[in-house]
Design a binder for this molecule. Sequence first.
Ligand code: TMP
Length: 211
Amino acid sequence: MKHNGLFITFEGVEGCGKSTQVRLLADAIEAQGYTVLRTREPGGPPIAEKIRALLLDPANTEMLPETEALLYMASRAQHTGERILPALRRGQVVVCDRYYDSTLAYQGAARKLSERAIRAQITFATFGLVPAATILIDLPVEVGLGRIDPIRADRLEREDLAFHQRVRQGFLDVAKVEPQRYLVVDGQEKIEELHLRIKRHVYPLLQKMEL
Ligand code: TMP
């Protein structure tokens, strides 16, 4: 997928601190004079946000894993085609809170759907787009879940501990397969230290963009 922008994604278990690091990194890159699109999955444009509501509604207890996977893909196709690719083609930086690695961890490792089937759907839904860098904020699931208000928890957050442990392991396994794309950081480090580590990884990629 040809473009002259920079696509960065963040991944991790529930409550790992992704949103804070997305905000800090996007602010820092913007302060360097770049145009940044900050976005999230599932979500982004209105159609994808509607699919997000369907996916996360705790009332949807009957949703099958296959339906869930396809809805994440539908949201991703719309988001990628309508927002992410146009921004990258304009030479912008896109910082996205979750992307397809979440499907590999949640619907693949945790829901135990076929990895082959999921990977084929990912290629279809992303038009072949691959992030230049993916930051995995690793954290013991008990710590992350402890940061979530159980009354406001969404459908996925309500899954049991074993589910979230498979998600964590799923992310670590994906990161091992593609070490050149992944930066794995310890979510128990201080926010500022994590931010510095992430900047050190991303800034050389920004410089390469200008060549
Ligand atoms: P958020 O809580 O980070 O906004 O993400 C929404 C939930 O959706 C979270 O529980 C992770 C889950 N998710 C998947 O299961 N598969 C996916 O492909 C994505 C992007 C998110």
